[in-house]
Design a protein around this ligand. Structure first.
Ligand code: GCV
Length: 714
């Protein structure tokens, strides 16, 4: 008997533990404490869906399964709204005239929603409405989030509209199923062999997660695009996926190879001004729309890192983008044209996108958006904002963030990215004047009527927990939430995510929040403090290799190009006495960044080359400050481990152990970064390590010989 009970307990534990493998993301819908659950169940005991559409059905199904999971009770379906406690549907003012003014519902636009409790008959009714069914879907997800995080849902009066029209994930997925800079397994979309029903479930769950965070579009293939993506079979695969995503208000977009007309269409070239090329694209666009009527448009990486583009034919980026834009325009499609360009041998890579794109300002068709990486180099742990924001006032611009952690420890390091994204979005460009933040510029504050968009390079893959690290899921979620509402604080978003994903117990939330909020700065400190950048190995982008020198390699792929360490000092001189990249910023930023005395400390070595003993406002000389920051990064990681170890009673065993194992790797590698960088820089500074700093545990010669090992990174 006893044996049976023990076996049953073990079995139950195993089932529960297996159920918590991270697949459910923040949509876990685990039972809430009875007191709260009963209140919600009562408040939403019966639901009336006013209208019929796949989007409304998706919203109603989600609400129903969320309530069932959270409260143990599925709401009844009621046909008569008078007998219901919740009514969802677009334009409810037509039935609940007193509850809203028509203009208020109209103001919700394409995707906004209103959640309002209103008197109806003898009681109260909770209304979820908007101008469109998509708005209702987002309203339902907002309501679910409120319940998941224990908020009051009686007496609601809330309305929201998103800050950007298009909120997209970019998947760098290749047709063979590999993912460029992907650290969470193979591609969700390509080269799959599972049964269609199994795939549909996974795609639906992907769509639910996106919709709940507010993401409404996805580019399903790599910007280093295979021309094969435009073959009929790839278009069919795109269409199959689009069908599953559509009820969640998600459109698909495609990254295209500019040489497709030549490679695929057999034309002699792909010159954007050649009428035959233009015709080829128009026909291709029609073929795509025949399969995917709500197709979103193209994303293009052109004349960058070996990709073909209009410059191959002596044409400009505007010529190339506009030709595609004209093909897409009749179908309301858009072109997202990337500004990530840099040439070998240019004096300063950080200057290049500006140099190439600013002269084209005002020349793009109105369905072109220029997609600009957040910083002027490449998704480093910290960069200043790209000076293109603000400099192209007659062109739609969108920010591209990287959610996948190419330069931030892949899926091994816990780095919560919302603070990085907020830092960029809240940056004041001062163009055309004070208050012109990146968020406001790209959100259309100065150009009403233009399409607005924002993109994040996805960190998802076939991995059972989607993102390779349980906390990397937070970066997917946070990107969506910020894209919906950039005014949310990184802390608020982390709090929501933690409560939904792990536990809303305050004894869990507070320490876990501190850990997350500290994590980005910790990574900056142990990788690239004080504005240093690109210190990683050039082939893998993972660990530190500040010494790398590869004869014949492009200088701007090598760390030494960026840190310039020598006995004289360290840093990239982008001041007027150097590359003068500071001139690309509007006043007063160019003066502030251009003078080491006023340049913000976190960006100091981004803009200046300074002597090792340069005195800093912290009271330390540069060398000592650098050492202490590396050390602080390591100490933070150790603290993260301690914090997490203390939280085991709030988490299930599997996720707890998996995060714990990753934190162990992170601390070990923070020490690797610290030692590699400091021991190497010390060969130039010749200065001792400051008092209070731990001695390195590695030996520089051994580190230099060590081969990078990918075994624990997949
Ligand atoms: C998709 C960096 C990455 C490349 C990436 C490129 C880009 O260089 O290392 O993998 O290519 O950025 O954003 O186009």
């Amino acid at each position: 008997m006893r044996k049976t009970v023990v076996t049953a307990v073990i079995l139950l534990w195993a089932i529960l533990a297996a159920a918590e493998n991270g697949y459910d993301l923040w949509l876990r819908y685990r039972p809430l404490p009875a007191a709260i659950a009963d209140g919600y169940a009562e408040c939403i005991a019966a639901v009336h869906v006013a209208g019929e559409s796949p989007v409304l059905k998706a919203a109603a199904d989600e609400l129903s399964s969320a309530l069932e999971g959270l409260t143990g009770r599925r709401p009844a379906v009621c046909r008569d709204p008078r007998a219901c406690c919740l009514v969802m549907g677009a334009h409810l003012e037509e039935r609940f005239g007193g509850a809203f003014a028509a203009a208020e519902v109209e103001a919700c636009g394409n995707e906004g929603f209103i959640l309002r409790t209103a008197p109806f008959g003898k009681g109260m009714v909770l209304l979820v409405t908007g101008h469109t069914d998509a708005g209702v879907l987002y309203g339902v997800f907002a309501l679910i989030r409120m319940m998941q995080t224990g908020k009051e849902i009686t007496g609601l009066d809330l309305s929201e509209t998103p800050d950007w029209d298009l909120r997209l994930l970019n998947h760098w997925d290749n047709p063979d199923g590999t993912v460029e800079r992907g650290y969470a397994g193979r591609s969700l979309w390509w080269n799959r062999e599972e049964a269609p029903e199994q795939l549909r479930k996974q795609y639906r769950d992907y769509a639910r997660a996106n919709a709940s965070a507010g993401i409404n579009g996805a580019v399903l293939n790599n910007v280093n695009a295979s021309p094969g993506m435009l073959r009929p079979e790839a278009i069919r695969q795109y269409a199959t996926i689009a069908d599953v995503l559509r009820p969640y208000n998600i459109r698909v977009y495609m990254a295209v190879n500019f040489s497709s007309p030549a490679i695929l269409g057999g034309l002699p070239g792909s010159d954007p001004l050649d009428p035959a090329v233009e015709r080829w694209w128009k026909e291709k666009v029609e073929e795509i729309y025949a399969a995917i009527p709500d197709f979103g448009g193209f994303l293009v990486k052109a004349n960058s890192e070996g990709q073909p583009g209009p410059q191959n034919y002596g044409r400009t980026h505007a010529d190339g983008a506009n030709m595609l834009a004209r093909a897409l325009k009749p179908r309301n499609g858009i072109v997202m044209w990337r500004a990530f360009v840099y040439e070998p041998g240019s004096e300063d890579r950080a200057r290049q996108a500006y140099t190439e794109f600013v002269p084209l300002d005002g020349q793009f068709e109105d369905n072109v958006i220029v997609q600009v990486k957040n910083g002027p180099v490449d998704f480093q742990p910290r960069e200043p904002f790209s000076p293109l924001f603000g400099a192209m006032q007659n062109t739609s611009l969108m920010v591209e963030f990287q959610i996948t952690q190419e330069y931030l420890g892949f899926s091994d390091h816990l780095v919560y990215l919302a603070p990085l994204q907020k830092e960029c979005l809240d940056s004041d460009t001062w163009c055309p004047g004070k208050g012109s933040t990146v968020a406001r510029i790209t959100g259309g504050a100065f150009s009403p009527g233009r399409i607005t968009a924002i993109a994040g390079v996805a960190n998802t893959g076939r991995d059972s927990l989607w993102c390779g690290h349980h906390f990397a899921q937070a970066n997917w979620y946070a990107f969506g939430r910020l894209a919906w509402n950039y005014r949310l604080s990184a802390r608020e978003i982390a709090r929501e995510w933690l409560a939904m994903t792990f536990s809303s117990d305050p004894s869990f939330l507070e320490p876990a929040l501190t850990l997350m909020m500290r994590s980005r700065e910790a990574a900056v400190n142990y990788m690239t403090p004080l504005g240093l950048h690109h210190l990683m190995g050039w082939s893998h982008h993972y660990g530190p290799e500040p010494w790398t020198d590869i004869p014949g390699a492009r200088p701007d792929w090598l760390p030494r190009y960026y840190h310039n360490a020598s006995p004289l000092g360290i840093g990239f001189n982008r001041s007027p006495s150097g590359s003068n990249a500071v001139e690309q910023y509007c006043p007063p930023l160019r003066e502030i960044y251009g003078d080491p005395a006023t340049c913000p400390l976190p960006l100091l070595l981004w803009f200046h080359h300074l002597p090792w003993d340069y005195p800093l406002p912290t009271g330390n000389r540069l060398w000592d400050e650098l050492c202490l920051r590396y050390q602080a990064g390591v100490e933070d990681c150790r603290q993260f481990q301690k914090t997490w170890d203390g939280l085991n009673r709030f988490t299930d065993p599997r996720r707890f152990a998996e995060v714990q194992a990753k934190l162990r790797i992170q601390t070990r590698e923070a020490m690797w970064w610290r030692d590699a960088c400091l021991l190497y820089f010390q060969t130039f500074s010749g200065l001792p390590f400051p008092a209070g700093m731990e001695r390195p545990v590695h030996n520089l010669d051994q580190l230099k010989k060590q081969k990078f090992n990918l075994t624990h990174h997949n």
